[in-house]
Ligand binder design. Structure first.
Ligand code: NAG
Ligand code: NAG
Ligand code: NAG
Ligand code: NAG
Length: 540
């Protein structure tokens, strides 16, 4: 959970220039909201959707009014016409009838023509135009696709089950439409992840038949589009025979389609050049995933054995009155879990305040470069002296840790979005490494490195979202009101690589956490010596 300042320090100059440039350019375009990076900031989208539905209702009303006008006139016109046709001469011999016929035909049908021409529901179309800026952008869809793919890949979920809303054995009352699946498949194809694109896209054809009955034509995915993209991705994977079958199916639907014909010629040529087909299974390319991360998050690494739980009565007067329920997660590095350190009321106050003002919490790069998705969440920083609540929490952290928080960082409250995660990282800076700008080093010297971290969990997470210490196999599952604490530095004051950790992708749930990074400088008299890296339980 390294701060912005840390990451800016690592930024190469050219990137910095790009960032400044893109910030300037961005100033003019609609504000990127990055909806899918935080669930709480997606809530207004449901309200927007309600507005759009109401608008469509009004559109339907306008269409109905017009239709009603037409329908109501037809019987009258028809009955007059039939009256005349029964005995034409007798009918026309009445001048009122013959006059009216001339007038109707000269005037009324011209008016009908004009009436038919009048557009219906224009104001509702205009309404949509005014809301365009609020709709998620292409980038939002890109991020949402990335999140969904991350969930499925990291936890190695069965894709077909996932699409049907069965996640890790639990059936949810939701599923993906062909439009949803196609969007993900298309995204993967564009990202040149063709093996994965094939997996997603091939789920579509069977489902299309069912959807055909319920989804209107303008919203369905066209079968030919699926066949085309699937054939192209198979070609990239060198599955020529599979591609050929798909192209032939496509040509049955659209015999003259130039893309199908071109791709078919290409496939035939490729098949000729590859007389002995390589068995398609053996060619399967595993797309490299950050393995330790994937393994840790998937729970493949052995879970830590609980060392022991105890009440900590020591140090402060506060703790003697209200001992903390403490659970040791591990000794090297030293990580402890505190139970019930925040109340439900405190949590809801923190979340309510933060939710109104979340900002994207990416690290390495500023939006909207696609390069870095190491961290996907939005954050809000609380000044520790801001109000009674934050002062109380700050006091509690001091009681928990024995550290002086005067110069430590603000409290950062974070909410994750779709598949939100934070790749393996360490919290310490190692200012001495020379990896920082002069300004940051100066600041670092003033405050010191991040000696320790306290990470509060503000919510339970139904599936996923564990914190994993990837080098030592600790995994901690979020439980509302608990917090973990660890030391980031070795006894020599350098960063301890064993504290490298990650936030696994959230599968189901809205994950809220709050972090306090404690700086070294103020602790000089409190904790002059750090425990040796072999250390058992540290003593202040
Ligand atoms: C599942 O969702 C549908 C609407 O998508 C709803 O009509 C139905 O009642 C839901 N079923 C359950 C068990 O919640
Ligand atoms: C995918 O590959 C094409 C052709 O090799 C390349 O032009 C394109 O930039 C790649 N796209 C991405 C997102 O890597
Ligand atoms: C009890 O808490 C204090 C901080 O308040 C800490 O210094 C001490 O190490 C803790 N005791 C144990 C056994 O963890
Ligand atoms: C400095 O940064 C580089 C590149 O990020 C990294 O490989 C190296 O380990 C860092 N040095 C230290 C001492 O942290």
């Amino acid at each position: 959970m390294a701060s912005k300042s840390k990451e800016w320090g690592r930024l190469p100059g050219y990137l910095l220039a790009t960032l400044i440039l893109s910030t300037v350019v961005l100033g003019k375009s609609p504000v990127e909201k990055s909806h899918s990076l935080s669930l709480v900031t997606m809530v207004p989208l449901l309200e927007l959707e309600r507005k759009l539905i109401d608008n469509l209702v009004n559109h339907a009303k306008a269409l109905e009014e017009k239709l009603q006008t037409v329908r109501s006139q037809i019987p009258l016109m028809r009955s007059e016409n039939e009256k005349g046709k029964l005995d034409a001469i007798s009918y026309l011999s009445n001048p009122l009838n013959s006059f009216s016929l001339i007038r109707r035909l000269h005037q009324d049908w011209f008016q009908w023509r004009k009436f038919m021409e009048q557009p219906v529901g224009v104001s509702q179309m205009r309404n949509i135009d005014t809301w365009l800026e609020e709709l998620p952008t292409k980038m939002d869809l890109w991020e949402a696709c990335t999140g969904v793919v991350r969930i499925q890949r990291t936890y190695n979920l069965d894709l077909s089950d996932f699409i049907k809303g069965k996640i890790n054995g639990k059936q949810y009352n939701s599923s993906m439409s062909c439009g949803d699946i196609f969007a993900v498949g298309h995204h993967l194809a564009k990202e040149n992840r063709s093996a994965e694109a094939v997996q997603w896209l091939q789920e579509i054809p069977n489902r299309l038949q069912e959807e055909f009955l319920v989804v209107p034509k303008h919203l369905t995915v066209e079968e030919v589009e699926v066949l085309k993209l699937l054939a192209e991705t198979h070609l990239k994977e060198e599955h020529y025979t599979k591609a050929l079958v798909l192209l032939d199916n496509g040509l049955k639907i659209k015999p003259q389609d130039s893309t199908f014909l071109r791709l078919r010629r290409k496939t035939k040529n490729l098949l000729k050049k590859q007389p002995v087909p390589i068995p398609e299974k053996t060619k399967k390319k595993e797309v490299p995933v950050r393995d330790i991360y994937k393994l840790s998050c998937g729970g493949m690494i052995k879970k830590p054995s609980k060392l022991h739980c105890f009440y900590n009565f020591t140090t402060t007067a506060f703790l003697r009155l209200a001992p903390l329920k403490t659970e040791q997660i591990g000794l090297n590095p030293y990580v402890v879990l505190y139970h019930e350190v925040l109340s439900a009321r405190e949590i809801s106050m923190l979340i309510n305040k933060a939710a109104r003002n979340m900002k994207i919490a990416t690290t390495y790069t500023v939006y909207p470069t696609k390069k870095n998705r190491g961290r996907t969440a939005k954050a809000y920083w609380f000044n520790k002296e801001n109000n009674k609540l934050t002062r109380r929490i700050t006091r509690r952290i001091q009681d928990m840790t024995g550290f002086d928080l005067t110069d430590s960082e603000e409290l950062q409250v974070i909410n994750y979005g779709i598949g939100g995660h934070y790749l393996t990282h360490s919290d310490y800076f190692n200012f001495a490494s020379g990896n920082y700008t002069r300004k940051q080093t100066r600041q670092g010297a003033a405050l010191g490195d991040r000696i320790a971290t306290v990470l509060f969990y503000l919510t339970d997470v139904e599936q996923g979202g564990a914190t994993v210490f990837v080098n030592v196999g600790y995994s901690i599952y979020p439980r509302a009101g608990t917090a973990i604490f660890w030391y980031n530095l070795n006894s020599d004051g350098n960063g301890d690589p064993l504290t490298k950790h990650a936030a696994c992708p959230v599968i189901v749930g809205s994950k809220w956490v709050m972090t306090e990074w404690i700086r070294e400088r103020r602790q000089i008299f409190i904790r002059p010596c750090l425990p040796s890296s072999k250390g058992t339980s540290p003593k202040s």
